[in-house]
Design a protein around this ligand. Sequence first.
Ligand code: GMT
Length: 376
Amino acid sequence: MKIGIVCYPTFGGSGVVATELGIALADNGHEVHFITYNQPVRLDFLSHHLHFHQVVIEEYPLFQYQPYELALSSKMVDVVEKYQLEVLHVHYAIPHAYAAYMAKQMLQEKGLNIKVVTTLHGTDITLVGSHPTYKTAVEFSINNSDVVTAVSNNLKSTTNKLFKINNDIQVIYNFIDTEKYDKAHQQKCNRIAIARPKERILTHISNFRPVKRVEDVVRIFAEVRKEIPSKLLMIGEGPERIKAENLAHQLKVAADVLFLGNSSEVAKILCYSDVFLLPSQTESFGLAALEAMAASTPVISTNTGGLPEVNIHGETGFLSNLGDIEDMAKNTISILKDNSTLAMFKEKAKAHTKKFSLENILPSYEAIYKSCSKTS
Ligand code: GMT
């Protein structure tokens, strides 16, 4: 089929899922067109099955805010018409679902019926979408999508609680390409570049926004390091990084905390990680936790949002109440205390990711696209 994908082209989870989905669909013979303002970070190659169309904004002195939705919906119309797309799959409701609705209306005037699939990812519903500034438009665009999916049961029920939704929401879990992580493990994990042989490696990956509570990460690490020689890898960039750096100095652990910035080598970094820390305020799913588990890294997380659907308490890691640093540190130590316990958690974390493998999840999206083409 010919499918348009609209997403944020950044390191954020929704952009990563959208990009990996597009690549997998292209591998399965579909023709995929990404429509976004930059080439998605994980889309490192293009082919006759994978296309990228850049949304360019014309700046004008009158505009205090550039009208991105307008440029995006115009681009969608243009690409749908030129390449005869059958479905537009938009990831993250704001403003993509709204822009897609506008594109659909414009295309209808031209006698074309494009189907819009909207995937809700999390903050488009929880932190941003339900804010009075956006709520009316978000609710409208969810109700006017042809198909709506959410990345966890928790996100589905939260959406139904926060908005008046008269559309069915299908839950399709996020997925990972397990082979990619297996390959990274087959190559030698270059652990020695990061830590001494007796040290454990703890890792956190995020966009360092307040919701990720990166200071909690540093506090947990400081507690763990009192008992277990270890290093903390902080991967990503964002507004809270400076606070986490300052706290590491204040707690006198800075020498053992490495801030490595954004990375496209997530699989390689996770390959030598022993525990992944995700003490978020909320996570609709927690793709970063799933990626860690795919690399055999157990997860210490909060029990908020959809995290209990991904991280299984006592099996793939542990879940704690929000802000309970002591409990998260205690759980981390219990995993790291000896090699056989760590090996058991690693094995179970890895085994659990089969449920979220590309092979298991991709057919659900393909079935949705197929159903769309039947009803057009
Ligand atoms: O918060 C982020 O990490 C970015 C954000 C996004 O949309 O890019 O992530 C959300 O979508 C991810 C992919 O579905 C989920 O795994 C994350 O849990 C979700 N973030 C939150 O709910 C805070």
